[in-house]
Design a protein around this ligand. Structure first.
Ligand code: ADP
Ligand code: MG
Length: 347
């Protein structure tokens, strides 16, 4: 299971004093998608907010089982059928998810690669940890890398799928949370709710505002407790962080974490964390993973290709990289001493 540490904290308390006393705030917390979900709704009738939140919980639990890569459900049976290499029609509920994953993978030039489930499993991140002190078999990694599973190995003809590469196995862990949050926000809007935050283990999307204020989101230090910086958001904004501290093990003092570079088959080791700010959560989630893999040399190119406008990347040496637009939005804590390196503008 994932590490419970949240990479992002919502600094609401700083502003709540500024809200009018008539501002209604509704909070609910529950576990879904393998993490703690916090739904916060502002300025809505409390009964309506409770009903909406209750429905979200049910829907997120359904998504969790049908999108799970290795527990029984629609995605797991899709993977079984893909392995059979015969055309088939998957559960229609997951088709849009697979198509969106393919689209984002293309934009990321394959660095966000949602069909490397076999590699992720080889590293023990499908709840199948390796014996303590051991690494996966190097030949098995090399074989999967040589087979180069890619989303365009699967073609979609109407609702039918055809797989051309036996190494393909979907693992939507890098973007399903974003996709689920987007569906959750759509559902809240259907309930007539316009001001809300859906926070899944520190990754979130906010809509509207509370009172006449924007929200300030704190970004955690990746290697110690406390906050590194904070960013003000309002309107319709998602903030997603991918970090090497979320799930990892160590062998001989080296950290092996859950974000795999599909080109090498090993955990991407040039990055500690990436925070992406974007309007929709699906793209923000996929991009945080892709830019993590791209690392300090290539993140600008991949961010442009994915149409991302606000990025902060902390590299393996602790240097903070970001684009100028991000710098103008982010406020570092006064005790931050890390070097900050600005990129060219992203657009
Ligand atoms: P988290 O889920 O901790 O927020 P990410 O969004 O970065 O982190 O997703 C990491 C998960 O995505 C891994 O646990 C694995 O299931 C899957 N994954 C690992 N590497 C990649 C990759 N390069 N592209 C797509 N999915 C990946
Ligand atoms: Mg992600």
């Amino acid at each position: 299971m994932r590490h419970p540490q949240l990479s992002i904290i919502i600094l609401l308390t700083a502003f709540l004093g500024g809200c009018s006393s008539t501002e209604t705030v509704f909070h609910e917390r529950f576990f879904a998608l393998g993490t703690l979900i916090e739904v916060s709704i502002y300025g809505a009738d409390p009964t309506l907010a409770a009903r909406a939140s209750e429905q979200l919980e049910q829907e997120l639990l359904t998504m969790q089982s049908s999108w799970h890569a290795w527990q029984p459900g629609a995605l797991a049976s899709t993977n079984e059928q893909l392995a059979g290499m015969q055309p088939f029609t998957p559960d229609p509920s997951i088709l849009p998810l697979l198509q969106e994953a393919g689209h984002l993978s293309q934009l990321s030039r394959g660095l966000f690669n949602p069909v490397i489930g076999k590699l992720v499993a080889l590293w023990g991140f499908h709840d199948n940890p390796l014996p303590v002190g051991t690494l996966p078999d190097t030949d098995a990694i090399a074989t999967l890398v040589a087979q180069a599973p890619a989303t365009d190995d699967v073609s979609f003809t109407g609702t039918r799928l055809v797989n051309r590469n036996p190494a393909v196995s979907y693992d939507l862990g890098a973007f399903a949370k974003g996709y689920a949050i987007d569906r959750a926000i759509e559902r809240l809007r259907e309930f007539g709710i316009e001001n809300a935050i859906v926070n899944a283990g520190g990754d979130l999307r906010a809509i509207g505002q509370h009172g006449d204020r924007s929200w300030r989101i704190g970004i955690r230090q990746p290697r110690q407790s406390g906050i590194l910086a904070s960013i003000e958001i309002d309107g319709d904004t998602s903030v997603f962080t991918s970090g090497d501290y979320e799930r990892f093990f160590e062998v001989d003092g080296k950290r092996y974490h859950h974000i795999i570079d599909p080109r090498s088959g090993y955990p991407a080791d040039q990055t500690i964390s990436v925070t992406v700010v974007h309007d929709n959560a699906t793209t923000a989630d996929a991009a945080a993973t892709a830019l993590f893999v791209a690392g300090p040399e290539d993140w600008v190119e991949i961010a442009r290709s994915m149409h991302i406008g606000l990025v902060m990347l902390i590299d393996a040496n602790g240097v903070i990289h970001m684009n100028p637009a991000m710098q103008s939005r982010i406020r570092f804590e006064p005790d931050n001493t890390a070097e900050i390196r600005l990129s060219e503008p992203l657009s």
